[in-house]
Design a protein around this ligand. Structure first.
Ligand SMILES: [Cu+2]
Length: 150
């Protein structure tokens, strides 16, 4: 099992605006499908680092790249924008509801993060969410990459 340090998660949570708390409440009440935001034409999210197959130390920096759309903090109602989400050792979440607390949100508009993982093999994947943390339609996500943590 992988583990994200409390520090990393806390950083992501602190950076997220208050709207984030509302998402948890909403998710707890039962996830009704919500309106999805159309993805901008040609939108693409990818890892600047690490690269697929890289060997990394236990604490390492993940840099998010985004093409043909902009980064905006969660809650920002602006066309062709979204914020980053990092999926660690998991598959894509349901696409018709806000992403939950098991996913790292970068609702402050961050474009990189420090992540600490247990030694071993781990997968990483990026998924952009709209102002309400819902994946765009079609979803803007990276390839799932694998890193080896020393
Ligand atoms: Cu989010």
């Amino acid at each position: 099992m992988s583990r994200v340090t409390t520090a990393s998660v806390a950083a992501a949570l602190i950076a997220a605006p208050l709207a984030f708390a509302g998402v948890f409440a909403q998710a707890a009440e039962g996830a009704a499908p919500v309106q999805r935001t159309p993805a901008p034409e040609g939108a693409e999210v990818y890892f600047i680092e690490p690269t697929d197959g890289a060997t990394v130390p236990q604490t390492f920096t993940v840099k998010f790249g985004l093409k043909n759309m902009g980064v905006a903090p969660a809650g920002t109602d602006k066309p062709a924008t979204g914020h980053h989400h990092l999926l660690i050792d998991q598959d894509m979440p349901p696409l018709d509801q806000p992403m939950g607390g098991n996913i790292m949100h970068f609702g402050g508009g961050q474009t990189e993060a420090q992540v600490t993982l247990d030694p071993g093999s781990h997968t990483l994947q990026l998924l952009v969410g709209d102002m309400n943390h819902v994946p765009h339609d079609p979803p803007v996500h990276s390839d799932k990459i694998t890193v080896t943590v020393e």
